[in-house]
Design a protein. Sequence first.
Length: 221
Amino acid sequence: MKVFISWSGDKSRRFAEAFKPWLEQVLPGTDVWLSSEDIDKGTIWFTEIINELENCHCGVICVTRDNYLAPWIHFEAGGMIKGLGKSRVATILLDLDYGELKQPLNQFNGLRMDRTGARHLVKSFNKVAERPIKETVVERSFDAFWPELEEGYRKLFPLMVDIAGNKESSFYTVPPPKPPTIGEAALHDLKPSVKKKTGKKKGSKSLQKYKKDQLYLFNMH
């Protein structure tokens, strides 16, 4: 399984550099791709990013208060939506709350970098791996390596370690869209009919098709 890590800014980069080897240790066989450069590196770099996204299975975005509005983070988030789909991407909230996120970052599930949040993310990635590792093995591996990541996080965000422990939730799942009303479904179907060569018209979209077109995110439970 290949995982794409997005970052922007010094603290976000330093955390991502620590998270990459840690995740590869906890989930053997995982290949984490981490860019070594940040924004404004030219069109060739953009092409490389897009190519990597096409080869990845999951993605994480390391979000801080300093970068959550950064164009580069939004660029890669858009690339993840196109290359991975919204269902296999999560934001790691390093020093801010989920409610502070704006589009497009608030379209993804998010987690705090505490023990519960990190464990939740690891298990989620393991579930979508081509060859999932036994849960008991993942648990032992996580428990063995978690102190290392926690120490690195504590050094970068010393105030957030204690705050995160006092929060009610360690992860946030974007709620699914509400079922459309009859009127909304009708409006969705109001498109010009297209005649085929046989003279028949294409049928309008059904309510079920309407639902499939809406945003359904990967539930990381």
